[in-house]
Design a binder for this molecule. Structure first.
Ligand code: ADP
Length: 267
């Protein structure tokens, strides 16, 4: 394991990178998030745990601007994601503003969502070239480094279908990192994998957590992984955080009965 820290995020000073303020999200009469407040400090690894349907994925989808909150505000890197300031007033964010703030956020999904018609290397270089304006050579060099980091340096010329699910997910992780986001969102990234492929993906994520300064916000059912990488764990139930604390505290000696029940069911 490498001991040098690669600085994907220079502002690792404990400052607030993500802030949810009184965020409410409803689907019809179903209140999925209920005046949710929380923040994530720069460079930290935060894991969201809790029963299915408690609102964890909704948080990641709000951050990816795949949906909007009904009430409340979300800030990333000190900028509103949901709003923008115009003439001293806070108004709903326009598309251009959202795109700018979103550049700070990378996401890896359950389904890897690679471009099937592009080779592995091009899957990774496409967005850096077209969105960040990197030259092809710069993007290629960075992609090769990332593929080395995820253990796939020799698969640049493969097509996604020629790879296992675990390898495809590792390409998806490299693709997200290629945009040099400040925060990496991980949504149950091993749930769609055959059991024997899970460990390889989690090892790559552990390595990224240990060797880079990237902030991670993670939804996972892999409790041992969560315990290993998390600086902080948030326990959700019915759209609220019922308990939060260090991994040691939440997994070792939780205060809330509901947390104990949940952990004894999944561990
Ligand atoms: P978790 O990730 O904790 O399993 P989710 O955030 O996926 O929970 O879902 C929280 C609740 O929101 C669930 O009751 C789910 O059915 C509902 N929900 C999520 N997305 C939608 C949607 N697009 N339309 C309607 N209901 C949704």
């Amino acid at each position: 394991m490498s001991t040098t820290k690669e600085t994907a995020n220079p502002a690792v000073d404990g400052s607030e990178l993500i802030r949810f303020d009184k965020v409410t999200k409803r689907f019809g009469s179903n209140t999925v998030l209920d005046e949710l407040d929380f923040s994530v400090a720069s460079g930290k690894h935060v894991t969201l745990i809790g029963p299915s349907g408690s609102g964890k994925t909704t948080i990641l989808r709000l951050l990816m601007t795949l949906m909007k909150p009904d009430e409340g505000t979300i800030k990333v890197g000190g900028e509103y994601l949901t709003h923008e300031e115009r003439g001293g007033k806070l108004v709903p964010a326009g598309e251009r503003h959202v795109r700018e703030v979103r550049k700070n956020i990378g996401m890896v999904f359950q389904q890897f969502n690679l471009f099937p018609n592009m080779k592995v290397l091009r899957n990774i270089t496409e967005a850096p070239v077209h969105v960040l304006g990197l030259s092809k050579d710069e993007a290629d060099e960075r992609a090769r480094e990332l593929l080395d980091q995820v253990g796939l340096g020799d698969r640049c010329d493969a097509y996604p279908t020629q790879l296992s699910g675990g390898q495809q997910q590792r390409v998806a992780i490299a693709r997200a990192l290629a945009m040099r986001p400040q925060v990496l969102l991980l949504d149950e990234v091993t749930s769609a994998l055959d059991p024997e492929l899970v460990a390889g993906v989690l090892d790559v994520l552990r390595d990224i957590a240990q060797t880079t300064d990237i902030t991670m916000l993670c939804v996972t059912h892999e409790m041992n992984f969560a315990r290993d990488i998390s600086d902080k764990v948030l326990m959700f139930d019915s759209g609220r955080i019922i308990e939060s604390g260090s991994a040691e505290k939440i997994f070792g000696d939780p205060d809330h009965e509901r947390t104990r029940e949940f952990l004894s069911a999944v561990l």
